[in-house]
Design a protein around this ligand. Structure first.
Ligand SMILES: Nc1ncnc2c1ncn2[C@@H]1O[C@H](COP(=O)(O)OP(=O)(O)O)[C@@H](O)[C@H]1O
Ligand SMILES: [Mg+2]
Length: 247
């Protein structure tokens, strides 16, 4: 029996992105604190995370950062968008958000954009960079969506071409934020984390068991990733914020 992914059956092949189409779509989701409540405590926490990221990179050299977590649903994708917006509050900072969660992509959804060709097609050489990346309505934030979901994401993400593409991104953007699936059950985040300049471990407060966070940390570091610290997410985190220290 042949198995097909429901998404491609229902929607057909994805169209290439119009690089201009996203510029007029405002970001409206409540989770995106930098837009929805820019003076609130959650936005401030992302600014503080931004400051920590920048403090580790005083020269402002182009950097790739992977966001991952131990288990699903901890707030990686939302954190990636908030961090992108916080980073671009600093003049001259250009951020590319990459949806490398080829199992459950969500960045386009959070930004209110239609699914288009993206990372998969770019790595396969089926779509040029200018038709895969869209400028968003947020100043200096660009998006590379996931594109078609491949049968074997790890093969694609671990390919030589993926490395070449990331090197190209570093010539154009200051920060490349790579959203990935959870690290404990899917190997993609470890694969990308080992290649990136740094990894941020997203942890939902009072939800993720501590031993799973430690297991994830050890897994990533064991594979050569540079885990910069944790980004704590979840309601009511105002007084705590994110810790950001290499252990
Ligand atoms: N800062 C936040 N405030 C409110 N809800 C959030 C926040 N971060 C994440 N969420 C919610 O948690 C769920 C999972 O978030 P998401 O970023 O998609 O997780 P992941 O990418 O880790 O799977 C979503 O329903 C999202 O709306
Ligand atoms: Mg996600």
């Amino acid at each position: 029996m042949a198995l097909f992914r429901t998404s491609s059956l229902l929607s057909g092949p994805l169209e290439p992105a119009d690089p201009e189409e996203a510029k007029k779509t405002p970001i409206t989701r409540e989770e995106i604190a930098l837009v929805h409540a820019p003076r609130g405590p959650i936005a401030e926490q992302f600014r503080s995370l931004r400051n920590s990221v920048q403090a580790l990179n005083p020269d402002g050299a182009p950097r790739t950062l992977v966001l991952t977590s131990a288990v699903a649903g901890e707030g990686k994708s939302v954190a990636a968008i908030n961090l992108a917006l916080a980073l671009t509050e600093v003049p001259g900072t250009r951020v590319l958000l990459v949806d490398a969660d080829l199992h459950r992509p969500s960045l386009e959804g959070y930004l209110g954009l239609p699914r288009r060709q993206g990372l998969t097609e770019l790595v396969r050489g089926a779509c040029p960079i200018d038709r895969a990346i869209r400028q968003t309505s947020a100043n200096n934030v660009w998006l590379l969506g996931a594109g078609e979901l491949p049968q074997n994401p790890s093969e694609l993400l671990g390919s030589e071409r993926m490395r070449t593409i990331i090197a190209q991104f570093k010539q154009r953007y200051t920060y490349i934020l790579i959203d990935t699936p959870e690290a404990l059950t899917i190997s993609d985040a470890s694969l990308l984390g080992a290649q990136a300049d740094g990894v941020l471990l997203v942890v939902r407060l009072n939800a993720t068991p501590r031993h799973l966070v430690e297991q994830t940390y050890n897994l990533l570091e064991g594979l050569g990733a540079n885990v910069l610290g944790t980004c704590l997410t979840g309601a009511g985190i105002a007084s705590d914020g994110e810790r950001y220290a290499k252990r």
